[in-house]
Design a protein around this ligand. Structure first.
Ligand code: HEM
Length: 405
């Protein structure tokens, strides 16, 4: 089989069918992520995906591979995406790119403050924001533009402590950064870096009860704390990783429920099912199709094949989540599927050390959003064709026209 082109429009249009075929080719299949970059191994089966993500012999930073020419890889990525060199650290040196002690340090410092308690405390505000957005919807509306996006961006900005007047810039520039055209991310990225730098200055002078003030203040037992570059990068990661993804979980999930009325009826009749339904929607139509690239720090065997030291791997989450080896009737949406709603079986939030830091926040938001939307508008219906937005490694809607009733 030729290397799978992850930018192939046919694959982006039909990831269920496309990845089912790739999954059956073998445990490891060669793929390419972007023109001008080296091919990667795609790992597509559930158990193999968990193994790769749970195995510390796979690292996220090429510098963690002994003897690897890191300069080349960094240069390739910078060139392929057209990133201005001075902006590269903000994009290429986040928590997602760190390994071992460096990763543990960042994860520990942020987890001290971004706690389950903080998410729980935010619940009433999430409900309030949700209701007020629903209050303002027109009878016919695009749910992506007017609900799925504004909810998570407002929630994450309140959590982090981004003032209201800065939020439209985050929304707009965040969106602009997602365009794949080489070089297109520089101007928006520069703008949000400056916005964050100025916010850090203000919060340092006048701390509040928000996460950013807490991250500025926080340090571990040895007095270690986040540098300014790390703080800016962390805020960028939290806000960018935190709102686009959640917006598309809400969008994809709403469409899935509208097109599976029997499943929607089940949760409407028993709202206690929502947590379980959100797990299932993450499995069936989660917005993130693949992880960041990993590198083998030594030769590692996966499914009987060897990934050689220095070679790269991408874990295809969508394929793992639809793997019939793990899930019965895997392609069927079944909101009653999980027997224990507290245990997450799917890998839509990743797995292992880099498991999504915001998973609890995203799940809570989605639960509140779906519950309120279908309670307030029990007759909610599609008012036109939903429009897909095709991007490699992601599953998203550009428009979801609905009629409220
Ligand atoms: C990591 C998905 C929401 C912050 C990840 C990973 C996935 C993921 C798959 C692991 C990537 C990898 O291993 O290469 C999602 C999905 C979301 C979501 C599907 C919504 C439905 C959020 C939210 C936040 C967030 C709301 C923050 C408020 C992060 C961070 C990491 C991460 C900081 C990196 C963790 C680390 O490297 O240790 N997310 N995410 N995510 N996510 Fe999320």
């Amino acid at each position: 089989m030729n290397a799978v082109n992850l930018m192939d429009p046919a694959l982006m249009q039909d990831p269920f069918g496309g990845f089912a075929r790739i999954r059956e080719e073998g445990p490891l299949v060669k793929g390419s992520l972007a023109r001008g970059t080296d091919p990667v191994w795609l790992v597509t089966r559930y158990e193999d995906v968990k193994q790769v993500l749970g195995d510390t012999r796979f690292v996220n930073d090429p510098a963690s591979v002994p003897g690897k020419e890191v300069g080349d890889i960094r240069e390739q990525v910078i060139a392929a995406r057209g990133i201005d060199p001075d902006l590269a650290p903000y994009i290429l040196d986040s928590i997602l790119d760190a390994d071992g002690a460096d990763h543990l340090r960042l994860r520990r410092l942020v987890s001290r403050e971004f706690t389950a308690r903080r998410v729980l405390d935010l619940r009433p505000r999430m409900a309030e924001i949700t209701e007020s957005l629903l209050d303002r919807l027109d009878h016919e509306t695009d749910l992506i533009e007017n609900f799925a996006y504004p909810l998570p961006i407002t929630v994450i900005c309140e959590l982090v402590g981004v003032p209201e007047e800065d939020r439209p810039t985050w929304r707009e520039q965040g969106k602009a950064m997602m365009t794949m055209a080489p070089g297109a991310m520089n101007a928006p990225l520069r703008e949000i870096i400056e916005l964050t730098r100025s916010l850090i200055g203000r919060r340092r002078a006048e701390p509040g009860g928000d996460l950013l003030s807490a991250l500025i203040r926080t340090h571990d037992e040895d007095g270690d704390r986040l540098s300014d570059l790390e703080l800016i990068t962390m805020v960028l990661t939290l806000i960018l990783a935190g709102h686009e993804t959640t917006a598309h979980l809400i969008g994809n999930g709403t469409l899935a429920l509208l097109t599976h009325p029997d499943q929607l009826d089940l949760v409407k009749k028993d709202p206690g099912l929502w947590p379980r339904a959100v797990h299932e929607l993450m499995r069936w139509c989660g917005p993130v199709h693949g992880t960041r690239m990993r590198y083998a720090a030594e030769d590692v065997e996966i499914g009987g094949q060897t990934i050689k030291k220095g070679e790269s791997v991408v874990a295809i989450l969508v394929s793992a989540n639809l793997d019939p080896r793990r899930f019965d009737d895997a392609e069927r949406l079944d909101v009653t599927r999980e027997q224990d709603s507290r245990r997450e079986v799917h890998v839509g939030f990743g797995h292992g050390l880099h498991y999504c830091l915001g998973a609890a926040l995203a799940r809570t938001e989605a639960e509140i959003a779906f519950n309120a939307l279908f309670r307030r508008f029990p007759g909610l219906a599609l008012a036109g064709e939903p429009e897909r937005q095709y991007m490699p490694m992601s599953w998203r809607l550009a428009k979801l026209p609905v009629r409220l009733s």
